[in-house]
Design a protein around this ligand. Structure first.
Ligand SMILES: Nc1ncnc2c1ncn2[C@@H]1O[C@H](COP(=O)(O)OP(=O)(O)O)[C@@H](O)[C@H]1O
Ligand SMILES: [Mg+2]
Length: 270
């Protein structure tokens, strides 16, 4: 584990496909990591699902991450937008940089500025020594917000729905990281893919899920596949409660996230 004085390890969760389990993955990773060290969950999707799951359903009178990435004159220091989850007492180990639809507007404002792909990195720089882990959620499409989320990270996790659309999203995400590297951006290390919404009928994996996993292995042979997250209403319930699957006692369902966290810790420890 890093010393308290060292810089936070930053993990971004991204997939260029909606409904792939990004926000679910951020909620689980951030909540579980907060048991190991002070953790900041950054909601960097204008949909604001992560903020809502952590109890912040109305942010209309609150500054959000949108204000923290604005050009200099209008920028609010990120320390002033950080909140504690409303729905759980997490003993001051889990914090939230929330977002709502105003983040889409912020993306338009920063678009003409030089360095616009690194405004989230800049905002996080001032607090990186205050946290042990920072976990960033991201939007489902290509654009400045997604570039900012990816380029702020040390590690990237790609949750992928077990459908054709999900697989295309994962392939496009890996391609995007490679494109960013080609034009000399420092890109995160891709930790791997978490196949999500893996559907089983009794003891049998459905043909659709099986085909999706095979397509992932064949299309992205160099990328690690973590254990899959099964389709389950329990996931929706824990999301709505702002809980990780682990703290709900769902040991089997939380396996992919335990694997991701163990991999991150092993990489930090060299
Ligand atoms: N394994 C799962 N089983 C059932 N529902 C899931 C599962 N993973 C995610 N969901 C639900 O599906 C929806 C989309 O998931 P979400 O994590 O919000 O994806 P994204 O952030 O990529 O759009 C949410 O309502 C979430 O609660
Ligand atoms: Mg989401």
């Amino acid at each position: 584990m890093p010393e308290a004085s060292k810089q936070a390890t930053v993990i971004t969760v991204s997939c260029l496909s909606g409904g792939s389990g990004k926000s679910t993955t951020v909620l689980n990773l951030a909540t579980m990591l907060s048991g190991k060290g002070k953790t900041l969950a950054v909601d960097f999707d204008p949909q604001g699902n992560l903020s809502q799951w952590l109890g912040w359903t109305d942010l209309s009178n609150e500054p959000t991450i949108a204000e923290a990435i604005l050009p200099s004159n209008d920028r609010v220091p990120i320390t002033e937008i950080i909140k504690t989850p409303k729905n759980e007492n997490r003993s001051n180990t889990l914090f939230l940089a929330p977002s709502d639809f105003s983040l889409a507007h912020a993306a338009d404002i920063i678009a003409p500025n030089p360095g616009r792909e690194r405004f989230l990195s800049r905002a996080l720089k001032s607090i990186t020594d205050e946290y042990q882990f920072i976990v960033i959620d991201s939007p489902p499409s290509k654009g400045i917000l997604t570039y900012n989320a990816i380029l702020a990270a040390d590690f990237l996790v790609i949750p992928t729905e077990c459908t054709n659309k999900g697989v295309m999203g994962a392939i496009n995400t890996v391609q995007l990281v490679r494109e960013l590297a080609e034009i000399d951006f420092v890109v995160p290390h891709i930790l791997g893919i978490v196949p999500t919404r893996d559907q089983w009928a009794g003891a049998n994996q459905t043909r659709m899920s099986k085909a999706a996993m095979k397509a992932l292995e064949e299309s992205l042979p160099s990328i690690r596949l973590f254990s899959s997250l099964r389709q389950s209403t329990i996931v929706q319930q824990t999301n709505m409660a702002g809980w990780s699957l682990a703290e709900a006692g769902e040991t089997k369902l939380s396996k992919p996230y335990v694997e991701v966290i163990n991999t991150v810790i092993a990489k930090i420890n060299g």
